[in-house]
Design a binder for this molecule. Structure first.
Ligand code: GLC
Length: 726
């Protein structure tokens, strides 16, 4: 908790509040600046709370998002600009596997939150990647709850180290955008406990987030924001959550039930002004208390949760914010995070490049480089360095005629209505441009006069809609494939190499074309410093050290969540998680499905050797130690992963599960690092209906450079089964 210079007497305040004022404290004052609501003091903020001046309660401000503070950069009549840093997207941050990076990004973002006058950042978003097509996967960390929980914990600690609040969202099992406001997610308690709740539990216990945002969807029939089992029994009684819960925006259908369930605050408030079928939350709550349908004690409880947290906020503390965060310093942090989040998927003797190599740059993504996704997870940075500019600024020898053609093409096409953003303005769908604009003869010319081809493949997605398993989305479009084949055939005929840069926010199909090219660099959506990150990785100043936090399946038909996004397909009402705990690598590894690129995978410009594994059981903790050595010619970092393969006794289990990981320091060629990791035995249990079960038997300890590149193995035996309480 923050050291408070203005402590408040919460009990005294609660005793002085009128019923009307109490209702105002548990309902936001409406989406700022819309539907007749007053604008926020921070334009672009997503929500505000009511002030109660007579009791010294100020309004507080909540703003998105996971890749950076999302506020309006321009204010009417104000010559100052209010840009915030665009950091790499969450899945790229997770690809660093480096909690120190997440802490630094969180701390930088927290400074911008505080200096722009915001109290709570509506991030991190930590829903599990159940299916590669979820439109918001770019905003979420991983298919694995342990990696997700560790990354999010570091991020939350970073944000809150600035004395502002974080908000872990969307609690829980909001793993799709299709019909997100009403879909009923049906999932077993074991899958909830081991997968979908698990990362939230880790963050609540390790980082004490100020707030949790309950999700839109129903959970086994009851809206998350109205689900007492979820918000009171699990979150508070079992995990000891001390903050307050807010709804997602306009979520649920019963403000009184939300209050009772333990959803302390309804955001943004005044939903009835937007959707006439919705109730007037404040009036509803007041009449429910008057009619005895809602105990005032419940209101008081919720208000205490809110005031205990908000009393620490900069607004309550009377902080005089500067509107001048250190964006230059944060640009460096954004770059550093992106540099560690790149994942090198293929490299057949082509990377890093020599600066004198002449480059033919293909794909409109060199111009329209995607910094992140759309919707509430969007950002408004001062600039975005696109890939072409990044290479130019680095002094690469770019085929100017070719890149100028792409510049001109993008400008022309974006003038056409067909290629203008579609859908809701706050989360636009950006039509992708046809990519095959170079003829065979022209490719011939570029192949003759350049040394290497670089092809940028881009994908963008966002809130409010999911992706599709079709060409141009999960699969390459025909014209992307034509371009790739043309360039590959011709450049290879001249003995020249082809590199693909993937500027995407979630997996696409690679298997069918990966052998056409010589290198594949996954840059995800790297935020504002994109072009610098790409240039430095191509030249070798960055040695890629990222590892996949999500599996890249060979084909969409391999994905276990086959019924995504629910039934009936044309307008899903319900989605049943039939795959249960077998999500991501837990499915592919257990059922022998070979992926294109497995969970935890990532190449480097150097090589690493693992040796000297020792395992020890000590006071309910498994201690694993081993050594990693840089056996190549370039300095680099390695992410060592610890998987546990538990005996299949009473309960069926995945083949293996990630239980620890460690990113080395920057190892010089020949340098090694001794690593020692501790895994509480409680963490290698399975949920067995009301408790955690550690089964007796032999457990295999698997140390890997990825989930499918196991370098060292060991065994421990648990003599007696043991249970742990929830
Ligand atoms: C949106 C999103 C949530 C966001 C909130 C405020 O609908 O689901 O992630 O924080 O509303 O913008």
């Amino acid at each position: 908790m923050v050291k408070m210079t203005h402590p408040i007497d919460i009990d005294k305040i609660v005793s002085q509040l009128s019923l009307e004022e109490k209702a105002m404290l548990v309902v936001g004052r409406g989406m700022p600046g819309s539907s007749g609501n007053p604008p926020s003091r921070v334009p672009g903020a997503a929500g505000e709370t009511y002030p109660i001046p007579r009791l010294g309660i100020p309004p507080t401000v909540f703003a998105d998002g996971p890749a950076g503070l999302r506020i309006k950069p321009v204010r009417e009549g104000d010559s100052q600009r209010y840009h915030a840093t665009a950091f790499p997207i969450a899945v790229m941050l997770a690809s660093t596997w480096n909690p120190e990076i997440l802490y630094k990004v969180g701390r930088a973002m927290g400074e911008e939150v505080k200096e722009y006058g915001v109290d709570i950042l509506l991030a991190p978003a930590i829903n599990i990647h159940r299916n590669p097509l979820c439109g918001r996967n770019f905003e979420y960390y991983s298919e694995d709850p342990f990696l997700s929980g560790e990354m999010a914990s570091a991020f939350v600690k970073g944000v809150q180290s600035r004395g502002v609040g974080a908000c872990i969202k969307h609690f829980v099992a909001n793993n799709q955008e299709t019909n997100r406001y009403t879909i009923d997610t049906v999932v077993s308690e074991r899958a909830l406990r081991e997968i979908y709740l698990r990362n939230f539990e880790i963050v609540v216990k390790k980082a004490q987030p100020w707030t949790v945002m309950s999700a839109y969807n129903k959970l086994n029939g009851s809206y998350c924001s109205q689900n007492k089992w979820l918000l009171t029994k699990v979150l508070r009684e079992e995990w000891g959550f001390q903050g307050f819960v807010m709804t997602d925006w306009y979520a649920g259908d019963d403000p009184v039930e939300q209050m009772k369930a333990g959803n302390d605050m309804i955001m943004p408030g005044k939903a009835y002004q937007v959707d006439k079928s919705k109730k007037d939350e404040i009036k509803e709550i007041i009449s429910a208390v008057k009619e005895g349908r809602l105990s005032e004690d419940v209101l008081d409880r919720n208000i205490r949760n809110i005031l205990r947290i908000l009393s620490q906020s900069p607004s309550f503390q009377g902080y005089k914010y500067s509107n001048k965060p250190d964006l230059d310093d944060h640009a460096k942090i954004s770059y550093e995070a992106g540099a560690e989040g790149l994942v090198l998927l293929e490299n057949r003797g082509v990377l890093p490049l020599d600066k004198n190599e002449r480059i033919a740059l293909f794909g409109t993504g060199q111009i329209e480089t995607i910094k992140g996704g759309t919707g509430s997870g969007d950002t408004h940075p001062r600039y975005v360095i696109n890939i072409l500019s990044g290479l130019d600024l680095k002094g690469f020898r770019i085929d100017r005629e070719l890149s100028n053609r792409y510049k001109k093409y993008v400008d022309e096409m974006r003038q056409k209505d067909e290629y203008k953003p579609k859908g809701v303005p706050w989360s636009p769908i950006i039509p992708s441009l046809p990519q095959d604009i170079i003829t065979e003869d022209e490719v011939e010319k570029y192949a003759q006069r350049n040394d290497v081809a670089v092809i940028v493949i881009s994908r963008i997605s966002g809130e409010n809609y999911d992706r599709k398993p079709i060409k141009g989305d999960f699969y390459l479009s025909d014209d992307e494939k034509n371009l790739l084949e043309k360039v590959s055939k011709t450049f290879h005929r001249y003995g020249k190499k082809v590199i693909v840069i993937l500027n995407i926010g979630a997996p696409i199909e690679i298997e069918s074309w990966k052998n056409l090219v010589d290198a594949i660099l996954l840059i995800w959506q790297p935020g504002q410093e994109a072009g610098h990150i790409v240039a430095d990785a191509l030249i070798g100043e960055i040695n890629p050290s990222g590892k996949l936090p999500v599996t890249f399946p060979k084909d969409y038909s391999d994905v276990p969540s086959w019924n995504f996004p629910g039934t009936p397909p044309e307008d899903p009402k319900k989605v049943v998680y039939f795959e249960d705990i077998y999500v991501g690598y837990r499915y592919y590894d257990t059922f022998g499905i070979e992926p294109s690129y497995p969970f935890g995978y990532g190449l480097s410009y150097t090589t690493f050797e693992y040796r000297d594994l020792k395992t020890e059981l000590k006071n309910d903790v498994l201690i694993v130690s081993f050594t990693v050595k840089n056996t190549g010619r370039r300095k680099g970092k390695e992410v060592a992963q610890v998987y546990i393969s538990a005996p299949r006794g009473k309960l069926d289990k995945p083949l293996q599960e990630l239980k620890a990981f460690y990113k080395t320091k920057l190892l010089m060629p020949g340098e090694e690092e001794k690593i020692k990791l501790e895994i509480p035995l409680r963490d290698i249990t399975s949920f067995d209906g009301g408790e955690w079960l550690l089964e007796a038997g032999e457990y295999e300890i698997r140390i890997g450079a990825s989930s499918r590149d196991i370098r060292l193995t060991g065994k421990i035996t648990i003599e007696e089964e043991k249970t742990y309480k929830l």
